[in-house]
Design a protein around this ligand. Structure first.
Ligand SMILES: *[C@@H]1O[C@H](CO)[C@@H](O)[C@H](O)[C@H]1NC(C)=O
Ligand SMILES: *[C@@H]1O[C@H](CO)[C@@H](O)[C@H](O)[C@H]1NC(C)=O
Ligand SMILES: *[C@@H]1O[C@H](CO)[C@@H](O)[C@H](O)[C@H]1NC(C)=O
Ligand SMILES: *[C@@H]1O[C@H](CO)[C@@H](O)[C@H](O)[C@H]1NC(C)=O
Ligand SMILES: *[C@@H]1O[C@H](CO)[C@@H](O)[C@H](O)[C@H]1NC(C)=O
Ligand SMILES: *[C@@H]1O[C@H](CO)[C@@H](O)[C@H](O)[C@H]1NC(C)=O
Ligand SMILES: *[C@@H]1O[C@H](CO)[C@@H](O)[C@H](O)[C@H]1NC(C)=O
Ligand SMILES: *[C@@H]1O[C@H](CO)[C@@H](O)[C@H](O)[C@H]1NC(C)=O
Ligand SMILES: *[C@@H]1O[C@H](CO)[C@@H](O)[C@H](O)[C@H]1NC(C)=O
Ligand SMILES: *[C@@H]1O[C@H](CO)[C@@H](O)[C@H](O)[C@H]1NC(C)=O
Ligand SMILES: *[C@@H]1O[C@H](CO)[C@@H](O)[C@H](O)[C@H]1NC(C)=O
Ligand SMILES: *[C@@H]1O[C@H](CO)[C@@H](O)[C@H](O)[C@H]1NC(C)=O
Length: 531
């Protein structure tokens, strides 16, 4: 039963003892068990025995704590306790003068005291390699200790434990699916050859977070200019994010962070904020949108100019004037600005502009506009103020507004227009002189004989009154016939006169011709009679 290892040392020892003790024998020392594997701090019973025929002296040589437990004829059982590390105690026996020995090989096994999966980066970009490292302290025997790295239940690598701490590594290409995955490290102590079983220790898990942030700038929609006292929307958005819901947005005007509302979609986000123009933030600013995901960020900048632009003050010396009154139209710009009046477009822009006007009826309802111009960041802005002038005039009832003499055939369709003008609008009354019947103004269809007459029209307003006579003549069918006949007669007469005149003219011409012929014949006669 003696192990080969223990036996191999014997010849040397025996040779040494043989030289000292000249009485050799064939007694042997043996130990049971010859190999033991026990947990650290554990104990083991060792039976040392001798084949000596006489009473042998038995002993166990070891630095370990030992205690005699049992004894018999040429055997002795010792208990070795608090075994902390591997050792090889030696049994010896002295038979007569001969000493022999046998060794027991004690292997201490222990579970790892501490094992740790080294911290993962808080965020791992998708598509980049990630190296996992596991450290294991303690654990023996090392030859039977294996380190395994796992993603969930999936084995990534397996390697023997070497060094202190023993290090196990694995490289994984981070994917979207690894977001939220738990990684662990496992130490496997396989003592099945020693008949003790298979033991596992697992490190605390570490969760990985992976992300995708495209290498593009966020889209930033902002106004270029902003007026003091107004608010404008700023929208910053980005797509292709993973996981979009984990992305953070920072929207700021200069150093002032904006109150931002973020809406997340499947793989994109959109952040909205209102930027307000105030007297305090007047000037040029940088508007920044930063989208942060994982340990990376992407930014966009835009320039924003906050300006103040008070409207010009347009004043009319009087808003409502009588015809013929002078009105002063004045426009004044606020400090640093220039203005121009719509009535004097050729005038240069100036800090203030005046215009004098002799109000006429045509100016009633006229709009005067004053524009102020301001250049902000390359944009020319205008602010206009408009006022309306009211001119008091009239009442007016002119020939053009109310034609005086109307002559219409009966039963025809006509339109009688008679309109008085003025501001305030005058009241127009047209009454027939004979019976005070009102003048039928507007569409007359058909015209009736009874409308005929002389009407007195009166236009009245607080500014006075004017009158005008309107003569309305309606031609009956008889009248019309007479007129037609008279006209025909006149035409006939004219034709007759024309014919008579023509005939007379012709007769004169024929007479003149005859006279000429006679004269020519006489001349021929005198020439044909020679002397
Ligand atoms: C110790 O070993 C001897 C010899 O092999 C044996 O006779 C004895 O019974 C053993 N003692 C115990 C307690 O097993
Ligand atoms: C982000 O983390 C990765 C992995 O830990 C690292 O390689 C990279 O340098 C980090 N980037 C920044 C901008 O911190
Ligand atoms: C990741 O590592 C593997 C080998 O472990 C290598 O083939 C691959 O090119 C690496 N990929 C990147 C993106 O570094
Ligand atoms: C990882 O572990 C955490 C808590 O320990 C758990 O909530 C999560 O679901 C695990 N992830 C996976 C992919 O199992
Ligand atoms: C390792 O595992 C063993 C049994 O599997 C257990 O008794 C021991 O406490 C574990 N050690 C640690 C450090 O978890
Ligand atoms: C931000 O906006 C929300 C809603 O738009 C509002 O309730 C909240 O008071 C605002 N916070 C600040 C600091 O202005
Ligand atoms: C903002 O304005 C500055 C000058 O005032 C200019 O240099 C810069 O290019 C502008 N930035 C953008 C994004 O327009
Ligand atoms: C304004 O015009 C009217 C009519 O043309 C004239 O009678 C009046 O004197 C003018 N007034 C002034 C102040 O020029
Ligand atoms: C315009 O008039 C208002 C009051 O009538 C005054 O407060 C303001 O300063 C004036 N603005 C300018 C540009 O003169
Ligand atoms: C204001 O006036 C300017 C020039 O006088 C003109 O171009 C612009 O259209 C006007 N704007 C409005 C809103 O009337
Ligand atoms: C209208 O005709 C009458 C004669 O019938 C004449 O006296 C008057 O002047 C005319 N009025 C106008 C405005 O032509
Ligand atoms: C009649 O004249 C008035 C004023 O001139 C005009 O408003 C109206 O449309 C005219 N009616 C017809 C039918 O022409």
């Amino acid at each position: 039963m003696a192990p080969a290892g223990a036996l191999s040392e014997l010849p040397l020892l025996l040779a040494l003892l043989g030289a000292l003790l000249p009485e050799p024998g064939d007694a042997q020392t043996s130990v049971f068990p010859t190999e033991a594997t026990l947990p650290r701090g554990g104990s083991v019973l060792v039976n040392c025995s001798s084949t000596c025929e006489e009473e042998a002296f038995l002993g166990l040589e070891t630095p370990l704590t030992k205690e005699e437990r049992d004894t018999g004829h040429n055997w002795m059982v010792f208990e070795l306790s608090d075994v902390e590390e591997d050792s090889k105690p030696m049994c010896f026996s002295i038979c007569g003068s001969k000493q022999t020995t046998a060794r027991i090989s004690i292997t201490v096994y222990r579970f790892p005291e501490h094992m740790e999966l080294l911290p993962l980066p808080p965020w791992q970009p998708v598509g980049e390699n990630l190296t996992l490292k596991c450290h294991v302290w303690g654990g023996a025997p090392r030859a039977q200790l294996t380190l395994v790295l796992l993603r969930g239940e999936e084995e990534l690598s397996r390697q023997p434990a070497v060094g202190e701490p023993a290090e196990g590594t694995a490289t994984v290409l981070a994917g979207r699916g690894d977001n939220g995955a738990n990684f662990t490290c496992r130490a496997e102590l396989d003592l099945r050859p020693q008949g003790l079983g298979f033991f596992q220790n697992t490190s605390a898990p570490r969760q990985l977070r992976t992300f995708v942030l495209p290498m593009t700038s966020p889209q930033l929609e902002t106004p270029r200019i902003l007026e003091v006292g107004t608010s404008e929307k700023v929208v910053c958005s980005m797509g292709g994010l993973f996981p979009a819901s984990e992305a953070q947005v920072h929207l700021a005007l200069g150093d002032h962070r904006l109150n931002t509302t973020v809406t997340y979609n499947e793989d994109s986000l959109s952040a909205t904020a209102w930027v307000e123009g105030t007297a305090e933030n007047k000037g040029d600013h940088l508007l920044v949108c930063a989208i942060m995901l994982g340990n990376q960020s992407q930014e966009s900048w835009r320039n924003l100019t906050v300006y103040s632009f008070p409207a010009p003050n347009l004043t009319l010396s009087e808003q409502e004037v009588s015809e013929g009154t002078q009105v002063e139209v004045a426009c004044e710009a606020s400090a640093g600005l220039r203005v121009r009046l719509s009535v004097a477009p050729a005038e240069p822009w100036a800090p203030s502009v005046q215009f004098l006007l002799n109000a006429t009826a045509e100016d009633n309802g006229r709009h005067f506009s004053c524009s102020a111009a301001l250049e902000v960041a390359g944009h020319v802005l205008y602010k206009n103020q408009t006022k309306e002038l009211r001119v008091l005039y009239g009442p007016r009832l002119d020939e053009s507004d109310c034609l005086g003499n109307w002559t219409w055939p009966e039963e025809t369709n006509q339109n009688l227009s008679c309109q008085a003008w003025g501001n305030p609008v005058p009241r127009l009354t047209c009454l027939r002189e004979t019976d005070r019947a009102p003048l039928p103004i507007g569409d007359l269809r058909p015209v009736k004989k009874q409308y005929e007459g002389t009407y007195l029209c009166k236009a009245e307003s607080p500014r006075g009154a004017v009158t005008r006579k309107v003569f309305l003549t309606v031609l009956t069918r008889k009248n019309v016939l007479i007129i037609v006949l008279l006209t025909a007669g006149a035409i006939l007469g004219a034709v007759v006169v024309a014919i008579c005149l023509y005939n007379r003219q012709r007769k004169i011409k024929i007479y003149k011709l005859l006279k000429a012929q006679e004269a020519a014949a006489l001349k021929l006669k005198t020439q044909a009679t020679p002397p």
